[in-house]
Write a protein that binds this ligand. Structure first.
Ligand SMILES: *[C@@H]1O[C@H](CO)[C@@H](O)[C@H](O)[C@H]1NC(C)=O
Ligand SMILES: *[C@@H]1O[C@H](CO)[C@@H](O)[C@H](O)[C@H]1NC(C)=O
Ligand SMILES: *[C@@H]1O[C@H](CO)[C@@H](O)[C@H](O)[C@H]1NC(C)=O
Ligand SMILES: *[C@@H]1O[C@H](CO)[C@@H](O)[C@H](O)[C@H]1NC(C)=O
Ligand SMILES: *[C@@H]1O[C@H](CO)[C@@H](O)[C@H](O)[C@H]1NC(C)=O
Ligand SMILES: *[C@@H]1O[C@H](CO)[C@@H](O)[C@H](O)[C@H]1NC(C)=O
Ligand SMILES: *[C@@H]1O[C@H](CO)[C@@H](O)[C@H](O)[C@H]1NC(C)=O
Ligand SMILES: *[C@@H]1O[C@H](CO)[C@@H](O)[C@H](O)[C@H]1NC(C)=O
Ligand SMILES: *[C@@H]1O[C@H](CO)[C@@H](O)[C@H](O)[C@H]1NC(C)=O
Length: 794
């Protein structure tokens, strides 16, 4: 562990050698607001950015002011260090820099320190640095004497509550304080999923695992990424791997999250150590403060393009923490996992990855950031280390207890019937690996057009979809209840008109819940990939002020459900209903097959099928969708059970393997809702009728379908069309996923049903070739008495 010693209690240090192996500089980009201060100087110097001399600071209009309070400056003309380190400002009394920011929210703050050995007084300096914005003590009794490598950069991510920001330097008694350069710039609110108390962070380590040092010039946000080898516990346990392919950045993981160099290299588990075919966990050890809360961000990108890619485990201090599921993302698609955990008394943090017993695939890691959580108002973060568990979603969607019991008993029956004994996994909570951008590039200070004119998410993959919060409050008349068009678990939905005249629906996440953040990001992730006539499209989103707001195209006619029952809306005709089913089926088919990755919606139901002003159906709500690499056919995703009772695929519940056939099952339930105009579950009905799918199938086998058909449809449905429709629904509702049709077959059959309906319209009696059928219909009286004798094979 001697290799750790030189890093004692350390943060980042800058190595001045600029590594020239890296192919090119990251593209220029203008940060929305920025303060780069060259302390103790009257000249501007360039060091990645232009650092402005602070001697005339208050006069040069960049809204930083500086309280000269017993300060002096020192210039080391002989220094070979970069220019920003040649001058230093020295404080003999408490003094501060004051910044007038453009925006509140998360900001990067970097302090550069360098002592020249010729000035013993500077080396011996010992001081505290504190900040406003409700927290104190960025650095306590900080002294360069304890540090072997200078210049030294201390980096913080601070959540600013106010646009007035002050950094105060307080020298210890009879000592002095110093600073060579200061950087303050907006990082946007990308870490907002942290609990409020965890939002102020001090970067301790930032590693480009498996790769070279990445100097600040090569990172858009000026971050330094160190090689990981010095932290690796058993060098032989892992090897470097790399790829020349660029990662597939998307809306949620961008180059601001981490530069492509980070994602292009990784450490991979080695197979043969110490005994052939035995794998040991790969462990990195970090010296940290004891009993302190830490925020860790693990960066992954499957650069192997290995068909065997499978899940692996992540441990912290020897305790299992997360499942990593690269297959959910696909090759060259970066993602990350955030973890907050407290260090123990040992003063070391061990981070390990290991394979799951049955898997042959090697675990890998591309990057790792370790940050200390700063306590508020001087309290140590260790004091409030009560188990804050964020980022974890319970396995099931809440539902009425009675419904739960019922479904479980039904599932138990299914289980008994199938006698397919499967070892059930222990109830593990899943983390939705919905990555957050480390930098969104904008916020309200961004002056570029914030949403597109064509509203196409594909055209604006990166940042164009961000809508300023002020526009949203204006468009909804400050979330006026009169504009409310829906309420859901996620939050409220408002109708609104954007400044450019676009009519939209605005879904505002419940700020206090904190959990919706996963759904929010999953939804953005899915919506940014898709574009289809039968899928609701995203107009924009807003993450400012801890808000989670999604802006969609407005679906004037609301949900399919309200057109079926529970409202006074005029009844839809059978043909309209069929058209809607076909539309929704097309949308699902596109999700399953239209993209490089397969997307399983996971929450298909009549409330998630929306109708526009022409009653064209669009599937909505991708909050719990799963994106999967198309490796095998059909795709399967091992995951916890989520969805809505009444629509849950029994096969999925039993095996925990999610496939696109789970959507097919749920769609089968929707078909029955459309036919019967009743909810999927209705607890007020007699037991055997509570679950629509079970009840309808029971009626079908008894030949009494007419008992359940929506009375408003009676006389409208061609018997042959009804029979064929029930056949499709029944197939969709098969217990076993592999016996269900795919969505393409469902579309084809529904179109056939529609054709049967239109061709036969008007004829009162039809003998079907699909089974023996006796149907008596008196269309003049608009009543229908059916006796359907079903084909014997069902
Ligand atoms: C600060 O003022 C001095 C003298 O007034 C001038 O020479 C120098 O260029 C100024 N520096 C900056 C950074 O504006
Ligand atoms: C230094 O940079 C600031 C901000 O870009 C500018 O206003 C000022 O004129 C520059 N001073 C000199 C001496 O170049
Ligand atoms: C300036 O120094 C005095 C004396 O040490 C101190 O009381 C005061 O708070 C300092 N002012 C600022 C703004 O730091
Ligand atoms: C610096 O911070 C430490 C820890 O909070 C405190 O004990 C000490 O008094 C501070 N020093 C000064 C000079 O304020
Ligand atoms: C991995 O790559 C880095 C950078 O090229 C190198 O310093 C290190 O020795 C390599 N580690 C191993 C285990 O090969
Ligand atoms: C993965 O490998 C397959 C063939 O093995 C190749 O066709 C495909 O382009 C590769 N994809 C990536 C992202 O490397
Ligand atoms: C970290 O790992 C090292 C090596 O396996 C071990 O000696 C140490 O006890 C571990 N520390 C903790 C806190 O788990
Ligand atoms: C990896 O670490 C975990 C947690 O300490 C442990 O349970 C597991 O046995 C280790 N695996 C191997 C192969 O050492
Ligand atoms: C840290 O991780 C361990 C093991 O997973 C867990 O028991 C503990 O509650 C975590 N602590 C915090 C503060 O999250």
């Amino acid at each position: 562990m001697e290799n750790l010693c030189f890093l004692n209690s350390v943060s980042l240090f800058v190595i001045m050698v600029v590594i020239v192996l890296l192919p090119h500089l990251s593209s220029a980009y203008s940060r929305p607001e920025k303060f780069y201060i060259n302390c103790g100087s009257d000249s501007n110097v360039s060091y990645g950015q232009t650092f402005v001399g602070d001697k005339n600071a208050s006069g040069n209009g960049n809204s930083v002011s500086f309280t000269e309070n017993g300060t002096e400056v020192f210039e080391n003309k002989a220094s070979t260090a970069p220019d920003i380190y040649r001058t230093v400002r020295i404080f003999r009394q408490p003094s501060s820099y004051k910044f007038q920011l453009d925006s509140v929210g998360l900001h990067f703050v970097r302090l550069h320190f360098s002592a020249v050995s010729s000035m013993k007084e500077l080396l011996a300096a010992s001081f505290n640095v504190s900040a406003t914005s409700g927290l104190n003590h960025l650095l306590k009794s900080f002294s360069l004497q304890k540090i072997t490598v200078t210049p030294r950069v201390e980096e913080f991510l601070l959540m600013m509550d106010s646009t007035k920001f002050e950094i105060q330097f307080v020298p210890d008694r009879s000592s002095l304080a110093l600073v060579n350069a200061i950087e303050v710039f907006s990082a946007d609110n990308d870490l907002k999923k942290l609990p409020e108390s965890d939002r102020n962070l001090h970067t301790i380590y930032r590693l480009n695992v498996g790769g070279e040092l990445i100097a600040p010039d090569y990172d858009t946000l000026g971050r330094t990424w160190l090689p990981d080898d010095d932290f690796l516990f058993r060098k032989e346990s892992a090897k470097n791997i790399s790829s020349s392919q660029k990662p597939n950045y998307d809306l949620v993981v961008t180059k601001y999250t981490a530069p492509h160099f980070v994602y292009q290299t990784a450490k991979k588990m080695v197979e043969f150590y110490p005994i052939a075919k035995t794998k040991v966990n790969v462990t990195w050890t970090f010296k940290v403060k004891s009993n302190y809360r830490h925020f860790l961000r693990f960066h992954f990108c499957d650069i192997l393009n290995n068909s065997e890619t499978s899940d692996f485990n992540l441990y912290i201090n020897g305790n299992w923490r997360e499942d990593v599921k690269p297959s959910g993302y696909g090759p060259m698609t970066p993602f990350f996992i955030d973890v907050v955990n407290a260090s123990d008394g040992s003063g070391f943090f061990n981070v390990s990855m290991g394979t799951k017993e049955t898997n042959t695939f090697d675990a890998f890691l591309n990057g790792l950031e370790v940050m200390e959580v700063l306590g508020k108002s001087g309290s140590d973060s260790s004091e409030n280390s009560s188990s804050h568990r964020f980022h974890i979603i319970a396995g099931c969607v809440t539902a009425a207890a009675s419904a739960l019991t019922l479904v479980l008993s039904l599932l138990f029956m299914v289980f008994l019937r199938r006698r397919r004994s499967k070892k059930t996994n222990p109830e593990v909570e899943v983390t939705v690996l919905s990555p957050l951008p480390l930098y969104n590039g904008g916020g309200s200070t961004n002056k570029r057009p914030l949403y597109s004119e064509n509203n196409s998410p594909l055209g604006n993959l990166q940042l164009g979809l961000m809508i300023p919060f002020t526009d949203i409050t204006r468009a909804t008349n400050n979330f006026d209840d009169q504009w409310l068009i829906g309420k859901g678990g996620f939050g409220n939905v408002y109708k609104a008109i954007l400044p450019d005249g676009t009519k939209v629906a605005i879904k505002r996440g419940k700020v206090e819940s904190g959990q919706g953040i996963f759904e929010f990001h999953t939804e953005i992730q899915v919506l940014s990939r898709i574009s289809h006539r039968h899928l609701v499209s995203l107009t924009g989103y807003c993450e400012e002020n801890s808000e989670m707001i999604l802006v969609y195209e407005l679906m004037e006619n609301g949900t399919l459900r309200e057109h079926l029952f529970g409202s006074n809306l005029p009844s839809l005709s059978w043909e309209q209903r069929l058209e809607i089913c076909i539309g929704a089926a097309r949308g699902l088919h596109y999700l399953h097959n239209g993209l490089d990755e397969a997307i399983v919606h996971r929450d298909v139901k009549s409330t998630n099928i929306l109708l526009d002003e022409n009653n064209v159906a669009k599937v909505a709500d991708f909050g719990i969708s799963k994106i999967a690499v198309r490796t095998q056919d059909p795709i399967t995703i091992s995951t916890n059970i989520k969805g809505t009772f009444g629509y849950l695929d029994p096969d999925y519940v039993l095996t925990r393997m999610l496939t696109e056939k789970s959507d097919v099952y749920a769609f089968g339930v929707v078909l029955l809702e459309v036919l019967c105009a009743r909810p999927a579950l209705n607890n007020r009905l007699p037991d055997e009728e509570v679950n629509l799918a079970v009840w309808a199938m029971s009626c079908k086998s008894q030949g009494i379908i007419d008992k359940i058909v929506d009375p408003k449809l009676i006389g409208q449905i061609e018997p042959i069309s009804l029979i064929k429709f029930m056949e499709i629904a029944e197939k969709c509702l098969k217990d076993r996923g592999d016996e269900r049709p795919n969505m393409a077959a469902v579309i084809w059959n529904l179109e056939y049903v529609l054709r049967l309906q239109t061709i036969h319209e008007g004829s009162a009696l039809t003998i079907s070739s699909y089974g023996s059928l006796v149907m008596v219909s008196d269309s003049s009286e608009r009543t229908l008495e059916t006796r359907v004798l079903l084909p014997s094979h069902s």
